[in-house]
Structures are given as structure tokens and as C-alpha cells.
Write a protein that binds this ligand. Structure first.
Ligand code: UDX
Length: 435
């Protein structure tokens, strides 16, 4: 099938590449000329495992190409995806400017029937607005359908999530559009759940909120574990073994971050308030998330006392491992907390350093060339992101390099017993077996 994707960010690019991988002809559209130029030269603007190979393979097979022109995309495809950003506004609600603009632009070039699919995460009832806008701005009165098809991929394993989805949600009330969507997704061999447009839109916000709630739930338990001498890892295993609960997303840490959860939870709160049915539980999810990092910083302060002029090594800057994405990263917030208190921060991340520099985050932190170099003369080592490289580090060497062998493990990545044997003072989250 012929499809186009408007917006070549994380979601748009990975979705386009994966559609091309299963045999469709895909045009990825973006209004950023530099990005399109780079993609045309084979340069991938983000780090995502497996993405580069898929893009190169499908471009070589002439199934994937890049353009700046929405008209080019709309003219040469049966299905047009909208995958543009939906950034948060100050009050937490979603800024739909880009969606609205793309809807108008599509309307301006629409010459024959197309299925317009909303892939971006949007508030419930956005599909209705998109349809209304296209109808209003398409002077020729061309027939079209709007479909909601939310994306559930996680950064760091986006290609694999997209190629092997748990389910595909398609919100539409048109048989014609549904038939095309089913054909499009046939190669993925996943269950397709058909709903109305509003329900499909709601599923995305409800799913992300539930996952964030699970994380905040275990983080709240981790505080109780620390206060009572229990071990949060054992508690998570114990409750997670119940099939009704499940073990995934019960990993305690510094809290959730990234470009989705913080934004989507704030948006869902704003949407629920707008609809007159405030979802107050989610405010507590946010509070716990914030408190989790604050509690961790307090732990560092309680142990090291005054942080001013203390040399602290931080491993990890990305919001999770296997990505170069540092947007809304708790690790970055943590580094800034330490800098604010006057600490000298020596930071390292396997993939996120370039983006930290580009976005001018953690100003004042010393960005080091390797994990081991970052530990030089440090009075404490903080693990902020659970990269496997950190798990596999040579801790004897780390200990020799450090001024004092103290570790604060914000992701419960390491084995407390091994570190204790090596002479470290080790503090984790919700695990009293540490120090
Ligand atoms: C999330 C959703 O998982 C995905 O379905 C949606 O499409 C986009 O938002 P993503 O933000 O890429 O994906 O990553 P995810 O793996 O969900 O992690 C989000 C944050 O939660 C990270 O900061 C991560 O460190 C944190 N997290 C995740 C935990 O603290 N504990 C966990 O158990 C899982």
C-alpha cells in the first residue's frame, strides 16, 4: 500500500520505517529542511536500536523516501498519518497548533479520497475537530475519513515494539477506512481492536496514565520499605507474580520521565478537568513522582552532608537506557539539583551527551568521556539511568579511582552484596540492605 507520514520525529520516523520494512511504500514528510536533507543522505537524527538498518534497507529498496512537501505525500498515498508533536502548554493541556495546521494543509491539497490517521497523542475528541477542519478548508468537498490509531511504542525498543505490537487500536466509524487500515496492518499479525474515534483517543491517555500510576505505586512502596526495613525488589516480585497485577512497570527508581509520561499525565488531568470529571488520583501520581527524586537527593545530602564543592559522579543522563533522548529526563533534573547545591558534577552517558550539549541542559556539569573517567576523585557515584554498561563496569577500578567509595543507585541496578564485598558504601532505593 502507499502511505505517507507527516512528521518525522520519534514516532513518525520509526512508524514509517517499519511500514516500509513490511513491504508498504512510505513517504515521510517533515517541514524541517535540515532534517529531510540529513535523512535523504542516510543520516538518522535519533538513536534508536535497529532503526538505522531498517531505514537504510528500505530506502535502498525504494520503499521509503523523505520530502518536505505535504502535497507530495498526500498525492501519492491512500493513507495519510499525522505524527506531529503535541507539546504541553503551561497549564498542562495539549497544544494542538501543529495538528490543526497539518489538518488545514492536508485539506488544501486533498484531491481524492484519503484516510487521515491521527497517530499523535491527542485529547479525546480531537478527531472530530480534525474532520471538521478538513471539511471546512477543503473547498472541493473531497470525501475522506479520519481515523484514530494511537501508538504504544517505547523509546529504546521502538522498532521491536512496532514490529511486534500487543494490539493495534483503530478508532473509526467508516467501513471503507477500516478495510484499508486492516490491510495496512495485516503483515503485523496482531489483534486489531476496532473502536469509535473517541475511545481510541482515550485508550492512549488511559494506558500511559495507568503505567505511570504503576510506577508511582511502587515508588510509594519503596519509601515505606526504606522506613520499615523491607526490600522493595522482593515486594515487587511478590505482588508482580499475581497475574492480575504483573511485574512489568513495577521497577522502582528515581521516577518516570521522558517525552510521554509527564506530558500525557498532565494532559489527562487537564482533559478530565475540562470535561468536568477531574481525575484527582493522577495528581497524586505526579506528587509521588516528584517526591521520589527529592527523597533521593535528601539521601545523598544526609550521607555526604553539605554538597557544596563535593565532587559527585553521575552515570546516566537519558530518561531511560538505549536511547539518546534527554527530554524531561529525571537524571538531568537530578544533576541540576546537585549543581544548585554547589556540587561539582562529573557526568557521563553512553548516548545522551550530544543531546545534552545541543539542548544546553545541565549547564555547569563536567561532561566526561567515559564512565570510568567520570569517577575520577569523586566523593560519590550516583547511578541515574540503568544502562547495562554501568552494570558491567569494573567496580574495583571504580573504587580505586574514587576519593571515597560511596554509591547511590537510583535505579537499583547493582548487586548490594557484591559492592559491599568490594568495600563500597551502597545506597539503593527501597532496599535497606544497602549501607
Ligand atoms: C511510554 C509508554 O511505555 C509507551 O507505550 C508510549 O507509547 C510512550 O510512553 P517511553 O516513554 O518511551 O514509553 O518509555 P517507558 O519505557 O514507558 O519509560 C517511561 C519512564 O518510566 C522512564 O523514565 C522509565 O525510566 C520509567 N519507568 C518505567 C520506571 O521508572 N519504572 C518502570 O518500571 C518502567
Amino acid at each position: 500500500m502507499d502511505i505517507s507520514i507527516i512528521g518525522s520525529g520519534y514516532v513518525g520516523l520509526v512508524t514509517g520505517a517499519c511500514f516500509a520494512e513490511v513491504g508498504h511504500n512510505v513517504i515521510c514528510v517533515d517541514n524541517d529542511h535540515r532534517k529531510v536533507d540529513a535523512l535523504q543522505k542516510g543520516k538518522i537524527p535519533i538513536y534508536e536500536p535497529g532503526l538505522e538498518e531498517v531505514v537504510h534497507r528500505t530506502v535502498a529498496a525504494h520503499r521509503l523516501r523523505f520530502t518536505n512537501s505535504i502535497e507530495d505525500g498526500v498525492d501519492h498515498s491512500q493513507i495519510v498519518f499525522i505524527a506531529v508533536p503535541t507539546p504541553p502548554q503551561l497549564d498542562g493541556s495539549v497544544d494542538l497548533t501543529y495538528i490543526e495546521r497539518v489538518a488545514r494543509e492536508i485539506a488544501g491539497v486533498l484531491k481524492e479520497y484519503r484516510v487521515i490517521v491521527d497517530k499523535s497523542t491527542v485529547p479525546v475528541k480531537t478527531g472530530e475537530k480534525v474532520a471538521e477542519t478538513i471539511r471546512r478548508y477543503n473547498k472541493a468537498g473531497v470525501d475522506f475519513d479520519v481515523v484514530s490509531n494511537p501508538e504504544f511504542l517505547r523509546e529504546g525498543c521502538a522498532v521491536s515494539d512496532l514490529m511486534n505490537p500487543d494490539r493495534i487500536v483503530v478508532g473509526s466509524n467508516s467501513d471503507r477506512a477500516l478495510a484499508l487500515m486492516k490491510k495496512l496492518y495485516e503483515p503485523f499479525m496482531a489483534p486489531i481492536m476496532v473502536t469509535d474515534i473517541n475511545s481510541a483517543e482515550l485508550i492512549k491517555h488511559a494506558a500511559n496514565s495507568f503505567l505511570a500510576l504503576k510506577i508511582s505505586y511502587i515508588n510509594a512502596i519503596s519509601a515505606i520499605c526504606e522506613a520499615s526495613g523491607a526490600d522493595v525488589e522482593k515486594v515487587a516480585d511478590g505482588i508482580g507474580a499475581d497475574k492480575r497485577i504483573g511485574r512489568s512497570f513495577l521497577n522502582t527508581g528515581l521516577g518516570y520521565g521522558g517525552s510521554c509520561f509527564p506530558k500525557d499525565i498532565a494532559a489527562f488531568i487537564a482533559i478530565s478537568e475540562h470535561l468536568g470529571t477531574p481525575f484527582t488520583l493522577l495528581k497524586e501520581v505526579q506528587n509521588i513522582n516528584r517526591a521520589q527524586r527529592e527523597r533521593f537527593v535528601k539521601k545523598i545530602r544526609d550521607t555526604l552532608w553539605v554538597l557544596r564543592d563535593k565532587r559527585i559522579c553521575v552515570w546516566g543522563l537519558t530518561f531511560k537506557p538505549d536511547t539518546d533522548d534527554v527530554r524531561s529526563s529525571v537524571a538531568i533534573d537530578l544533576v541540576n539539583d546537585l549543581l544548585r547545591e554547589g556540587a561539582i558534577v562529573q557526568a557521563y552517558d553512553p548516548k545522551g551527551m550530544q543531546k545534552v550539549v545541543e539542548l544546553k541542559l545541565c549547564k555547569g556539569a563536567l561532561l566526561m568521556n567515559s564512565a570510568i573517567e567520570a569517577t575520577e576523585n569523586a566523593e560519590a557515584l550516583v547511578i541515574a539511568t540503568e544502562w547495562s554498561e554501568f552494570q558491567d563496569a569494573d567496580f574495583e577500578q571504580v573504587s580505586n579511582r574514587m576519593h571515597t567509595p560511596i554509591i547511590f543507585d537510583g535505579r537499583n541496578l547493582l548487586d548490594p552484596a557484591t559492592l559491599k564485598e568490594l568495600g563500597f558504601r551502597y545506597y539503593a532505593i527501597g532496599r535497606s540492605s544497602g549501607a
